[in-house]
Write a protein that binds this ligand. Structure first.
Ligand code: EAX
Length: 360
C-alpha cells in the first residue's frame, strides 16, 4: 500500500498536477496594492461578539520574531487581534505585542507558550514540527497549488488534525494565519536551477523537511533561528536564505542580499499559538471573544499580505535587488529535485500528504 502512495505522490509531482505552485502571487496580487490597503470585508467575524458585562480583567502577551513596521504581516495580525479583543471586552482585556524577537526566537517562544510563561505567539510553521510532528507535512516543497488550496487544507479537517496534536502538548492553535510562499535570496548570484545553489550556504528554519530539500538541491543548508539571520547574512556566515516577501522586505533583507528568485518553493502557514492553560482559565465569554478575534485577524492578515505583494517586489527592486519572477526560473527542475524528499518521508507523511494533494 505505502509503496503505491509514494509512486502516486511522485507521479503527481512529476506530472505537474501541482502545477502553478510556488509564486503565483502575480495572479493573487492583482487585488490592487494601494500603499496601505486596509482589508475591507475580512474581519466580519470577531468584530462584535459577546457583551463585556462579566468579562474578567487580564492581559494577553503576544510575541513574534519579525519587524513591527507597518508592512509587517505578523505585526498586522497582532494589531488586529489586539483591536478586536480590547474593543469586545470594553478594554477589560489588554493585549501587549512583543515584536522583533524581543522575547526570543520562534522555537523558544513556542516552548514558552507550552510552559505557560508566554500567552501567545504568531510563528511560522517551521519550528512547529518539533511540538506537533504532523505539521511538518505542510512543509513539503511545491505541495500547495495556490493559496486557496492552502486555506482549504488548513481551515479544514487536516488543519484540525494538527491542532489536536498541538493541544495534546498544551498548545492551542486559534487560527492558521499566513507567512506565505517562500522565495530564495542570496548575495552571490542569481538562482535559476538547482545547480546554481551548489556550495551556497543557505539558512533554513529549524525544519527537517526544509533542510533535506535544500540538501537535495545541492546547497549547504544551515538550520538557524530567525533572530540570528540578519547578522549572519551581514557577516557572511550564510550566503542566503528563503522567506516570503512579507518577511524579506519589512525586515530589510535587501540591505544584505542582492539576488531574489520568486520560487515559491514552500508555503508557510503561520499558526497563532495560545497557551492552553491560560485559555482554559478564561470564562466561556472571553474564550469566544478571543477565538473570534483570532479568526478575524487571520482573514485580515491574509488579505493584508495579498494587497502588499506588488509593493514588496517594487520595494525590493527600488533597494537594488535583482528579482527573477516565477517564469524566469526552472521550477520543473526544482520540483524534480524535490522528489527524493517525498520518497524519504513517505512512511511518516505519505498518507497525510496525499490527503493534502487530493484536497480540491
Ligand atoms: O515566521 O524563520 C523564518 O524564516 C520565518 O519565516 C520567520 O521567522 C517568520
Amino acid at each position: 500500500m505505502k509503496k503505491g502512495i509514494s509512486l502516486v505522490l511522485v507521479g503527481m509531482l512529476a506530472a505537474g498536477s501541482l502545477v502553478g505552485c510556488g509564486s503565483k502571487p502575480a495572479e493573487q496580487s492583482n487585488s490592487g496594492g494601494s500603499s496601505q490597503p486596509a482589508p475591507s470585508n475580512s474581519s466580519s467575524g470577531g468584530e462584535k461578539s459577546g457583551g463585556a458585562g462579566n468579562i474578567e480583567e487580564t492581559t494577553i502577551a503576544v510575541g513574534h520574531a519579525t519587524s513591527d513596521s507597518e508592512t509587517s504581516h505578523y505585526q498586522a495580525y497582532a494589531a488586529k487581534f489586539k483591536e478586536l479583543v480590547e474593543k469586545n471586552t470594553d478594554g477589560k482585556v489588554k493585549v501587549e505585542i512583543h515584536p522583533n524577537g524581543e522575547l526570543g526566537g520562534e522555537r523558544e517562544m513556542i516552548e514558552a507558550v507550552q510552559l505557560g510563561t508566554l500567552d501567545a505567539t504568531i510563528t511560522s510553521s517551521g519550528p512547529v514540527g518539533n511540538f506537533a510532528p504532523l505539521s511538518n507535512a505542510f512543509d513539503f516543497p511545491f505541495l500547495f497549488r495556490d493559496k486557496p488550496h492552502a486555506y482549504k487544507v488548513l481551515d479544514g479537517e487536516l488543519g484540525d488534525e494538527v491542532n489536536k496534536q498541538l493541544e495534546s502538548v498544551g498548545i492551542k492553535n486559534l487560527a492558521w494565519a499566513e507567512n506565505g510562499f517562500r522565495n530564495m535570496t542570496n548575495s552571490k548570484h542569481p538562482i535559476i536551477k538547482p545547480e546554481d545553489l551548489k556550495g551556497i550556504k543557505i539558512r533554513t528554519m529549524e525544519n527537517k523537511i526544509h533542510l533535506d530539500s535544500f540538501k537535495e538541491y545541492g546547497a549547504a543548508p544551515t538550520p538557524m533561528a530567525f533572530t540570528e539571520l540578519f547578522t549572519s547574512m551581514q557577516q557572511g556566515v550564510v550566503d542566503g536564505q528563503e522567506n516570503p516577501l512579507s518577511v524579506i522586505v519589512p525586515n530589510k533583507f535587501y540591505e544584505v542580499q542582492k539576488y531574489m528568485t520568486l520560487s515559491g518553493h514552500f508555503y508557510s502557514p503561520a499558526p497563532f499559538l495560545f497557551s492552553k492553560s491560560k485559555f482554559d482559565g478564561f470564562s466561556p465569554e472571553l474564550q469566544k471573544i478571543v477565538e473570534d478575534a483570532a479568526k478575524a485577524a487571520r482573514d485580515y492578515e491574509r488579505e493584508f499580505i495579498a494587497n502588499l505583494e506588488e509593493k514588496y517586489i517594487q520595494t525590493a527592486k527600488d533597494n537594488g535587488m535583482e528579482v527573477l519572477t516565477a517564469s524566469e526560473y526552472d521550477q520543473e527542475a526544482f520540483r524534480k529535485a524535490s522528489e527524493p524528499v517525498y520518497k524519504k518521508y513517505e512512511a511518516e507523511y505519505g498518507e497525510f500528504v496525499k490527503k493534502i494533494l487530493d484536497t480540491k
